[in-house]
Design a protein around this ligand. Structure first.
Ligand code: Z5A
Length: 243
């Protein structure tokens, strides 16, 4: 419509410990999307990219790596070229014209948001800091590589007690899936939360959502957090992750 300003998409990130239901809820929110414009789900790590293949080998213990190096790879996976998306097709779903053009990961998210498409991510930079800090790495060093990535408008932290997570299907299959590591990561997420809340208003709001109960009950709690965000999105600029 001539003259009317395009409303940008909302950027929502789901975080939480292993098995808390992030993937399930990202899928539900994406499929039942009621906001204006389209919506896309993203997942970090994105194991389909060249770096993602190496990250997957590390997580499934097929490959060992220095803690600093894997931290940088997780971050690079958020920045890297995202040439392929869905079955090897070039990602031109943002309608930027030339299908041979390569969109960078962060650029692709930014373009979608600018074009009015909302993005819902299953983990992001906050997992990066929490998991590496739980290994004892220096927190301010950890934050540097993700600085200037697009900042989410909303971070939904799905909160599930450790025993409940451990009882869910397939717990224990990957490198970080032990009760000891998950306990340390939980503490580190609390530190990250404090830091995010100390940012200015542009850097996203962190909301803890109880992940216990049925999938439908959790979905309902999430809707109660997302709906008000969508109402207040008008005219909002996009922020950046701060160091
Ligand atoms: N990592 C990192 O170190 N640095 C980084 O920068 C990033 C990540 C981005 C892999 O992540 C690891 O990478 C992760 C952090 C690290 N390590 N850990 N732990 P991932 O996201 O690929 O994998 P994940 O955390 O292990 O996610 P997940 O296994 O996919 O869990 P989830 O998405 O939170 O849960 P889910 O798949 O939706 O549900 C798990 C099961 O519970 C499944 O059977 C569901 O059907 C069931 N479920 C879901 N909701 C419910 C309810 N409400 N009731 C009962 N059962 C339920």
């Amino acid at each position: 419509q001539g003259g009317s300003k395009r409303r940008r998409g909302a950027f929502i990130v789901f975080e939480g410990l292993d098995r808390c239901g992030k993937t399930t809820q990202v899928q539900r929110l994406t499929e039942g999307w009621t906001g204006a414009g389209g919506v896309k789900g993203r997942r970090f790590p994105d194991r389909t990219t060249p770096l993602g293949t190496t990250i997957n080998a590390y997580l499934t213990s097929q490959q060992e790596m220095d803690d600093h190096a894997i931290h940088l790879l997780f971050s690079a996976n958020r920045w890297e070229l995202q040439r392929v998306d869905n079955g090897g097709k070039v990602d031109d779903s943002t309608g930027m014209g030339d299908p041979s053009r390569i969109l960078r990961g962060a650029e692709a998210i930014e373009r979608d948001l600018t074009n009015g498409i909302s993005v819902i991510a299953d983990r992001y930079a906050f997992s990066g800091i929490a998991f590496s800090a739980a290994k004892g790495l220096n927190r301010s060093w950890l934050a540097a590589p993700d600085a200037n990535l697009p900042a989410p408008d909303l971070i939904i932290f799905l909160h599930l007690p450790g025993e409940a997570a451990a009882a869910r299907a397939d717990f224990g299959g990957e490198r970080y899936e032990t009760v000891d590591i998950q306990t340390r990561v939980r503490d580190e997420f609390a530190n990250v939360r404090e830091k995010v809340q100390g940012y200015d208003g542009r850097s996203g709001e962190w909301v803890d959502v109880d992940a216990q109960g049925s999938i439908e009950e959790v979905e309902e709690r999430i809707k109660r957090v997302v709906d008000p965000l969508l109402k207040r999105m008008e005219g909002e600029g996009l922020g950046e992750i701060k160091r």
